[in-house]
Structures are given as C-alpha cells and as structure tokens.
Unconditional design. Structure first.
Length: 191
C-alpha cells in the first residue's frame, strides 16, 4: 500500500502490488475528514465514510471505521445491499480473492441524489450512477471539477464492469454518459 498526495488536502491510499484488486481509498481533509471507500485503514482520523457501492473491495474496512466513531454513508440501494453483504455481491469471488469473512454493514445515513456533503474544503454532490451495481453513486466537486467515480467510469471509453450479479450494461452506459457530460478536470476512480 502507498499513500500519495494528489492535491491540497487530498490523498489516496492504493495498492502497490497486484493493482486493481483493492479499491483506491481517498482521504479528503477537512471538518470532518472524509473517506471515499474503505479499501484500506488510513492514518487520518475519519468522521465520514462515503461508499460508492456495495462491493467488498470498497467496504472491507467500513465496519472498523464505524467502530472507531465514523459514520457510514451510502445510497439507499447500496444500504439495502450492504445490509445483506454477507450473502450477496458475489461473495465467493471476494472470499477467494481476499480470504475474507464478509460482514453485513449498517449504514448510518442514506445519501440522496444531488445532496451535497461539505467538509469546508470539499463540497461533494451525490450523483446516482446505477449499472455497475444498482446502488452505485459518484461524488462530484463542481468547484474543483473533481470526480470520484467509483467503479462506474475510469475515464475515456473505460467503463466499469457490468458482469457482477446485479450489473446492468444499459444502465451503466446511461450513467457513464451522465458523468462525461459534466466534463470533470480530474477523475479519481475506484481502481
Ligand atoms: Zn465494484
């Protein structure tokens, strides 16, 4: 794992070996410090954990953060999916990859479309982007033109996978177009 400073008040923790398996974990410094996805335990004290979707590689440490006092935030559909995380989201695939016990997660706050999350340094708008999973969301800072796209879009023509059990290619295409139209200057994807 390596920690990289991307911009002022913005860090990513990411995998150094076997890239692509564990989700990029972004730290947005502010009041409070915000985490986007929970693929790693970070050194900063985290107040809010925003989950882009219900896949295990993105939420594997969410419960640990919650135990340390952080609130978990996700879309309504992801909240339902995370509640039964131990049974769905292709657990066999993740179990094999991570040799992990997948636990269900209780989300503290549901994120509505167009809602804004503000920590003083970042103002993130919630954008619903179903397709990779039904409950996938992305976060957009309009002022900074920064996009946190989860597994929906990796830039250009590189779209997320729709091959997991709840994936939907038609929905995903619509969602990616929606993101492209916002013309972000910086794209921070989940992998
Ligand atoms: Zn995923």
């Amino acid at each position: 794992m390596e920690k990289i400073k991307l911009q002022e008040n913005l860090y990513v923790y990411r995998q150094t070996n076997e890239p692509g398996i564990i989700a990029n974990t972004y730290v947005l410094i502010g009041n409070p410090n915000i985490l986007i996805d929970a693929g790693f335990m970070v050194e900063e004290k985290i107040g809010k954990v925003l989950l882009t979707h219900c896949h295990f590689d993105h939420h594997q440490y969410a419960k640990k953060y919650q135990e340390k006092g952080a609130k978990i935030l996700a879309s309504k559909k992801a909240t339902e999916e995370l509640k039964k995380a131990s049974q769905i989201v292709s657990p066999d695939y993740f179990r094999k990859k991570f040799n992990a016990k997948i636990e269900s997660i209780t989300v503290d706050e549901i994120l509505e479309e167009n809602q804004a999350i503000n920590n003083g340094n970042f103002k993130l708008k919630i954008i619903y982007v179903p397709g990779h999973t039904p409950g996938s969301i992305a976060f957009y800072d309009e002022e900074k033109k920064m996009f946190f796209s989860g597994d929906t879009w990796y830039g250009g023509e590189r779209i997320g996978s729709y091959k997991f059990p709840s994936g939907d290619l038609e929905q995903l295409k619509i969602s990616v177009e929606k993101l492209k139209n916002l013309k972000p200057k910086f794209l921070f994807p989940g992998h």
